[in-house]
Design a protein around this ligand. Structure first.
Ligand SMILES: CC(C)(COP(=O)(O)OP(=O)(O)OC[C@H]1O[C@@H](n2cnc3c(N)ncnc32)[C@H](O)[C@@H]1OP(=O)(O)O)[C@@H](O)C(=O)NCCC(=O)NCCS
Length: 370
């Protein structure tokens, strides 16, 4: 049995017919097969297209992304991914390791993880974080130190992460909304919220943010990075400006996705005080709910509910039947969960946020990876 781990080159262009492209596409297929296995064969919901994967891989201005392949006896069976932020939290890295079900328990995951860890070390990263899907289970559970949520103790990914020294820091609830079931309720929720939001106007758009709103939206993104509950996860305020907002919109375009935005404007000052974002790939694929924030000075006016309702109504116009929206929220984030539960979101899984800090179970003086 031979295990080989190599860094994968990002192809110079989409589907350019090169060997690098063939391996990149094979890596996406490995990722999708693992996700389908995790979700009981539901390949359609959790798969990504090569266009989406390439849109991510070819956008490296705000973070450096390194891809790893893991070969068992000459066959690609694993993929690793290392995310190295370039603008803030320069000591923190994100890592993900996936191994095809039929190739597990042979040390491939460990080999890919060690290669990922070596990349983190070479880049001076001292904290590594991993966000991992866990299906709901009825057996023994490991509780989050926040006191909210847990992950199944006997799941493979949990055994693997504990073995590598990671600690569970936070649990996010993964929820889904079937928009057809919610549409009738949305207008009622909006009407109930509006009297609490006198003096605010709601505005929506699709695609690029109007230039005059870019700076204000960047300021809200900056707040998002400090205001969202992060439990014991090491993080820093993110360095947002208008250019960074434009870059994330360009990336979504390159992935072939549309962004739907809803914001709240404080009419007396013209300030942008709340925003929410939906990302639409195609009508038959899940729609992703991204960040939602109400500025701290403007909370208590039901603006979170109002921007979400406005964006969902805009989505219902665009995808009149069968839209499914997926969202992730910290299990301790009751204000956001209360809004989502009222809208009709239901839990379908959990995501564990795991962390490894150098000097604890990640000893100094590595590599120990030989
Ligand atoms: C987690 C995953 C990457 C492990 O890959 P793998 O190739 O099986 O890992 P290894 O063979 O190197 O296992 C290393 C150690 O992890 C632990 N481990 C792995 N699978 C386990 C399981 N099913 N139950 C308990 N412990 C397990 C064991 O300690 C194992 O050592 P051992 O086999 O000597 O007992 C794989 O199960 C996977 O792809 N899961 C889905 C994706 C995912 O959740 N990834 C999260 C990691 S970031």
């Amino acid at each position: 049995m031979t295990i080989e781990v190599r860094e994968l080159a990002v192809p110079a262009a989409y589907d350019d017919g090169t060997r690098a492209w063939a391996t990149f596409a094979e890596m996406v297929a490995v990722r999708n097969a693992v996700m389908a296995h995790t979700w009981d064969g539901d390949a359609a919901t959790h798969a990504i297209t090569t266009r989406e994967a390439y849109g991510t891989a070819s956008s490296q201005e705000d973070e450096r992304l390194v891809y790893l392949g893991g070969w068992l006896d000459g066959r690609l069976v694993a993929r690793g991914y290392v995310e190295l932020s370039r603008r803030e939290a320069l000591h923190v890295a994100g890592v993900d390791v996936l191994v095809l079900p039929e190739a597990r328990r042979r040390g491939v995951g460990t080999a890919v993880w060690r290669a990922a860890r070596a990349i983190c070390e070479a880049d001076g990263r001292t904290t590594v974080q991993a966000w991992v899907d866990h299906r709901p289970a009825t057996g023994p559970a490991i509780p989050a130190p926040t006191g909210f949520g847990s992950v199944p103790a006997d799941a493979p990914e949990v055994g693997f992460l504990l073995r590598q020294g990671f600690v569970l820091e936070q649990v996010e609830r993964m929820s889904e909304l079937c928009l057809d079931d919610a549409t009738a309720e949305l207008e009622r929720l909006r009407d109930a919220a509006l009297p609490h939001a006198l003096g605010y106007a709601i505005r929506t758009w699709t695609g690029r943010t109007p230039p005059e709103l870019l700076d204000a939206l960047a300021a809200l993104h900056r707040r998002m990075s400090t205001d969202a509950p992060a439990a014991g996860l090491d993080h820093e305020e993110e360095d947002w400006d208008a250019g960074r907002v434009e870059r994330i919109e360009e990336v979504e375009e390159r992935r072939g996705r549309d962004m739907l935005r809803a914001v709240a404007v404080h009419e007396a000052t013209g300030a942008l005080v709340a925003f929410t974002t939906l990302v639409v790939a195609s009508p038959d694929r899940p729609i992703y709910q991204h960040d939602t924030l109400v500025h701290a000075d403007h909370r208590g006016h039901r603006l979170g509910m109002l921007v979400k309702v406005a964006n969902l109504l805009a989505l219902a116009e665009r995808v009149p039947h069968g839209a499914r929206v997926m969202t992730w929220n910290a299990e301790e984030n009751r204000p956001m969960l209360r809004v989502n539960e009222a809208l009709g979101f239901r839990a379908i899984g959990y995501e564990g946020a795991w962390q490894l800090v150098r000097g604890s179970s990640w000893p100094d003086g590595l590599p120990s990876s030989a």
